[in-house]
Write a protein that binds this ligand. Structure first.
Ligand SMILES: *Cc1c(COP(=O)(O)O)cnc(C)c1O
Length: 247
């Protein structure tokens, strides 16, 4: 007999709880729950867990590494994939077309590379511009000050559709001011560029605040899947394995 996939048995219950919390936060803000899309960030969980979530009705999944995205997209059909991690230009080819939305475009050169692959492949790639609204040196994203010009330039590139903004607030800070700044920036941009509508903000520990502040997409990992397995390969960049002892 096959054992159930890791953690998968809890997904239905977690999904119901998350949906309810999104709905209540939306209501507090006078918004409808249907204006918020939950992206299930499945990084470090295997494809069987994604499949179990799909069977519970989850249709949008997020990954932060190109290789993991490609592998899971090949293994699970009938869902949409979002790329939410830092993207190197030499990995862009794998992500373009596989991801319905790339949330993490934060520089012009990356946008141009994505556009090249899009023009050769699917024709159009939907993207968000990642903004470091919490001004955290450890986080990706262009500065608040640079964002309007970056969005303007990206809009002029054939093969890209810039549909909004994404942020990850600074660790340890109250996330609300960063979320609010991002919404204000979006509102400002949208007055000239109506297609710049999405706000991808909010993770497990702050998604209700994000919804109150206008998030249209929340990116949830642990809230849906439980604690992430810690693999040796899952270290963030810049945190190498323990040094090899001399000799
Ligand atoms: C991992 C990750 C998430 C989900 O984080 P949780 O705290 O597990 O909800 C969201 N966004 C990005 C960019 C991530 O890397």
């Amino acid at each position: 007999m096959m054992s159930p996939p890791q953690f998968a048995s809890d997904i239905g219950g977690r999904l119901a709880a998350v949906s309810q919390r999104v709905a209540m936060a939306a209501e507090r803000a006078g918004r409808s729950a249907s204006s918020v899309t939950v992206v299930a960030v499945s990084k470090s969980f295997d494809a069987a867990v994604v499949e179990a979530a799909r069977q519970e009705g989850v249709l949008d999944f997020g990954e932060n590494k190109a290789q993991e995205l490609v592998a899971k997209a090949a293994a699970v059909a009938g869902v949409r994939w979002h790329f939410v991690g830092r993207l190197q230009r030499n990995k862009a080819r794998d992500v373009v077309g596989t991801a319905t939305l790339i949330h993490s475009v934060d520089r012009l050169e990356l946008a141009e590379t994505i556009a090249q692959h899009a023009r050769r492949g699917p024709g159009l790639q939907r993207i968000l511009v990642q903004v470091n609204a919490g001004n955290d040196p450890a986080k990706g994203g262009c500065s608040m000050a640079d964002a309007p010009e970056l969005v303007r330039r990206i809009r002029a590139i054939e093969g890209l559709a810039c549909e909004g903004l994404m942020t990850i607030p600074a660790k340890g800070d109250d996330p609300r001011p960063a979320f609010r700044r991002l919404r204000e920036l979006r509102d400002e941009l949208r007055s000239s560029f109506p297609e710049v509508g999405h706000l991808s903000m909010g993770m497990t520990h702050d998604f209700e605040v994000a919804v109150e502040e206008g998030a249209t997409i929340v990116r949830l990992g642990e809230a849906l899947f439980g604690p992430r397995p810690q693999f040796g390969t899952d270290r963030p960049a810049g945190h190498p394995a323990a040094p090899v002892p001399p000799g």
